[in-house]
Design a protein around this ligand. Structure first.
Ligand code: TTP
Ligand code: MG
Length: 403
């Protein structure tokens, strides 16, 4: 059976919801952003505002300069969550295999839908129509034989697009695009690819895979596959908990460290990385584990279980710090430190509750994650990480538990 995956991504989502809620805003440049006086950033801008050069994650003050006539709104997250839920309801009419990956995107595996709803293009058209009828919003739908091609396709004809990207279109359509536009390639990977002389997706596709693996480890293999338009990741229905998965990060120090403050600062960096990955993958976990490898190579792992599952940096860090303090004695010299989360559950499909303080924290974290995804890890940092100079370079993990 041919596999058909749809990727649905709402157009200018927050701004479009504002335009639906207040029809006088239709057709106008709407910018959802934090306060321009402060250090607010743009969450998103309507396509009318994008014509002025306004983009997500741009400082609000800059957006005001580019688009002085824009309608600036502070954001109404409970409304966005409600509309997100309504879109999801529409999608679930077509198949239970709907995997929501962010507030405004989802993958659907429609391989089995042909008999009921027709071919994937017909399904996509119906989805677009029903979303529009039920919510007033437009979306862009990408269709592909796998998640990757569906995702790349949905971005090709925004807004209100419907694009099919077949494997045989990969050389013609994907290969001329910049390597950084390949899904999963962030700014730092893109920079490393450029350093290897790989500017386009095609350059990556044609580069010897073993050299990519040498440079990027396992992700080199994924890069090679993705650049060639291949991806075997399944679409998971809500509630399909990923089995025995853990998310962990670890680092080997350039010199063994025995200073507790330095170790705690590293724990915070690692907890931040773990939290970011959890939030990106819509996962939460309950058990925090730290791993300490001493200078003599003896390794211990200690765990602590939280009262409830989390994807936030702060509780992960607090638990990790308590475990470390419990273990650490003056004179212990540490070679490697790791933080991991197990006992994971999927947060996929859950409509976020937007009023409690924990969720506020989560929204802040998500905003920071997005800025980092776009501008690199150093774009935003916690005050505590700055206290002792700049962040060090990302270090390679050394053995031990991985995702
Ligand atoms: P996106 O789907 O990336 O952007 P979008 O829906 O606004 O525009 P389009 O898909 O048409 O290009 O993100 C979905 C929502 O997530 C977006 O409406 C607002 C929020 N968001 C942020 O808060 N900060 C960001 O940096 C980005 C990219 C999105
Ligand atoms: Mg979108």
């Amino acid at each position: 059976m041919v596999r058909w995956i749809l990727h649905v991504d709402m157009d200018a989502f927050f701004a479009s919801v504002e335009q639906v809620l207040d029809p006088s805003l239709a057709g106008r440049p709407v910018i959802v952003a934090g306060p321009a006086e402060g250090r607010g950033v743009v969450s998103t801008a309507s396509y009318e505002a994008r014509r002025f050069g306004v983009r997500s994650a741009m400082p609000a003050a800059q957006a005001r300069r580019l688009c002085p006539g824009g309608v600036f709104l502070p954001g109404n997250h409970s409304a966005y969550a409600e509309y997100s839920g309504r879109v999801l309801e529409v999608l679930r009419r077509f198949t239970p295999l709907v995997e929501q990956t962010s507030i405004d995107e989802a993958y659907l595996d429609v391989s089995g839908c042909e008999g009921l709803f027709g071919d994937p293009v017909t399904v996509a058209r119906r989805i677009k129509r029903e979303i529009r009828e039920d919510t007033g919003l437009t979306c862009s739908v990408g269709i592909g034989p796998n998640r990757l091609l569906a995702k790349m396709a949905s971005g090709l004809e925004k807004p209100d697009g419907l694009t099919l990207l077949d494997s045989r279109d990969v050389p013609r359509i994907l290969w001329p695009m910049p390597a950084g536009s390949l899904h999963g390639v962030g700014p730092s990977t893109a920079a490393r690819l450029r350093a290897l002389g790989l500017a386009t997706i095609g350059d990556v596709a044609r580069y010897p895979p073993d050299l990519l693996v040498q440079e990027f480890g396992v992700s080199g293999k994924h890069l090679h596959e993705a650049a060639n338009g291949r991806d075997a990741t399944p679409v998971l229905a809500a509630g399909d908990v990923p089995e025995a998965k853990s998310v962990s990060r670890e680092t080997t120090f350039a010199h063994d460290v025995s200073d507790l403050t330095e170790l705690e600062r590293t724990l915070l960096e690692l907890s931040e990385d773990v939290g970011r990955r959890l939030r990106r993958d819509c996962l939460r976990g309950r058990t925090v584990t730290i791993k300490v490898r001493k200078a003599d190579f003896t390794t211990v792992t200690r765990s602590r279980t939280l009262p409830e599952a989390t994807d936030l940096t702060e509780p992960i860090y607090e638990a990790a710090r308590l475990i470390l303090r419990d273990y650490w004695r003056p004179g212990v010299s540490v070679r490697l430190l790791g933080v991991g989360l197990t006992n994971l559950e999927t947060a996929t499909g859950a409509t976020p509750v937007l009023f409690d303080p924990v969720d506020r924290l989560r929204r802040v974290s998500q905003a920071v994650d997005r800025i980092r995804d776009r501008y690199g890890d150093r774009a935003v940092t916690r005050a505590r990480l700055l206290r002792r100079g700049s962040l060090r370079d990302p270090r390679r993990p050394e053995g031990g538990p991985q995702e």
